[in-house]
Design a protein around this ligand. Structure first.
Ligand code: AMP
Ligand code: MN
Ligand code: MN
Ligand code: MN
Length: 272
């Protein structure tokens, strides 16, 4: 079984349309897929059909804040017509727009004019920092995506604004009220010390979080073992996903995911 429960379309910062993504997943033999765009469910309204044999789990990746740090929480198997989730998405979209204006002002202070309009040209729908990165590349301010984040958009840089995001308790409750399971996304990407990561997982669990990503794309076995241990320690369900954004990012390829260790309780057991 190929199971990918974390990926993006051009309804947020991915490169493919929802239909293109589903076609690619089908080519790769994905049996169970969740599209988890940043703070939007629009992909689910923009797809024609799901191939027979592929199970689509409605999902989302919500932005939150924990101790002044940005943390992502995936909501899986949510009810797409839930009114709480609809208003949550509206709130998050409003935050994204306001935040984009602020990012633009900050970049202007560094000498780059018109960044909001520039970023908006790359955003099909929900705007985010990757669209600013694309604009900075297009105007020749940076050579590539990595440089854009390293200099201007990544952690601690001018364009890194996360103060507006809701706390993890709020986000977990939205997901639960929409009938879904809250999953702590890519725990190793926050580059936290062991102590801090353990505290985050503890707070997430106390907030009602029920799962964490033990596998995010292709990762080294020692990391998988380590995350599996934390997952078991906190009695959480285990999830896995590629965090696919675009076909040219080879390290996050759709459907290409390391196996979950046998010791884990997979999240999908809840749905079978
Ligand atoms: P945003 O949703 O606007 O906060 O932007 C976050 C997105 O930017 C993530 O989901 C990644 O797709 C991308 N991203 C974040 N940090 C980096 C980084 N250091 N290098 C490249 N892409 C990044
Ligand atoms: Mn992204
Ligand atoms: Mn994320
Ligand atoms: Mn993601």
């Amino acid at each position: 079984m190929i199971i990918d429960l974390h990926c993006h379309t051009n309804m947020s910062d991915g490169a493919l349309t929802p239909n293109q993504l589903i076609d690619l997943a089908s080519e790769r033999g994905v049996d169970m897929l969740s599209i988890t765009d940043h703070d939007t469910l629009d992909a689910y309204a923009h797809m024609s059909s799901v191939p027979p044999g592929m199970r689509l789990i409605p999902g989302i990746e919500l932005s939150s804040r924990w101790r002044k740090q940005g943390v992502h929480i995936v909501g899986l198997n949510i009810d797409l017509s839930n009114p709480v989730m609809a208003s949550a998405v509206a709130e998050q979209s409003a935050i994204r727009l306001q935040r984009a204006q602020e990012i633009s002002v900050r970049l202007e202070r560094l000498g780059f004019d018109g960044c909001l309009e520039g970023a908006q040209r790359f955003a099909h729908n929900q705007i985010g920092r990757p669209h600013f990165a694309q604009h900075l590349i297009a105007v020749g301010a940076v050579k590539n995506y990595n440089e854009a984040f390293k200099k201007y958009l990544g952690a601690g840089k001018a364009g890194d604004i996360k103060e507006h995001w809701p706390d993890i308790e709020t986000v977990v409750q939205w997901i639960k009220q929409a009938g879904g399971i809250a999953v702590l996304a890519h725990p190793s990407k926050y580059k936290m010390t062991r102590t801090k990561l353990t505290e985050l997982i503890g707070d997430f669990k106390n907030a009602g979080g029920e799962a964490m990503e033990v596998v995010s794309g292709l990762q080294i076995p020692s990391l998988t073992r380590d995350l599996a241990k934390l997952c078991t320690q906190f009695s959480l369900l285990a999830s896995c996903g590629s965090d696919f954004h675009s076909p040219d990012k080879k390290w996050a390829a759709l459907g290409l995911i390391s196996n979950l260790p046998e010791t884990c309780n997979p999240i999908w057991d809840r749905w079978s």
